[in-house]
Design a protein around this ligand. Sequence first.
Ligand SMILES: [Zn+2]
Ligand SMILES: [Zn+2]
Length: 151
Amino acid sequence: MSSTDRSARHAARQETAAMNQQIEEARQRIEASKKNLKEIQLEKKDVREQTELQEEIRKGVLECPICTENYNSVDRIPRFFEKCGHTAYTHCFSCQVTTKDKEINERRLKKKNVFDLPCPMCRKIKRVMSDFDEQFPINEEVLVFAQASAK
Ligand SMILES: [Zn+2]
Ligand SMILES: [Zn+2]
C-alpha cells in the first residue's frame, strides 16, 4: 500500500467521522425542537383548560346553583346561607323546602313565627323568621361580580 493510499483512506475516515458528527448534531437539534413543540402544545392545552375552568367558575359564581338564573341587584340578589357558606337567591332557598318541612315549619310558625330552613345544597338548617329575605346577608362579592358582568 502506498503512502498516498493511506493518507487518502485516512482523509476518508476523517470525513466520515465529521459527517457522523453532523448527523448526530442534526438529530439532537430535531429532538430538541420536537421537545419544544411538545412543550408549546402542552402550554396551549394548559391555557385552553384554564380558560374553560375560568368560564366555568364565572358561570358558577354568577348563577344561582338551584335555578341557574343569573343574579342581579333587583330581584335575584345573591345571599349567603351563613351556616355553610352556600350562595343562592332567597327564592331558591325557600322553594327547596319539602312538604314535610313545611308541615313541621307551619306548626312552629304558628307558635313562634320561626321556622327551619334547610340549605338547598347541603340541607344544613338555619332557623329563620317567617319573612326571611333580610335574614340572609348579601354576598357582596358575587353581587359586584354579577353587576360587572351584566354590563
Ligand atoms: Zn335560584
Ligand atoms: Zn349549604
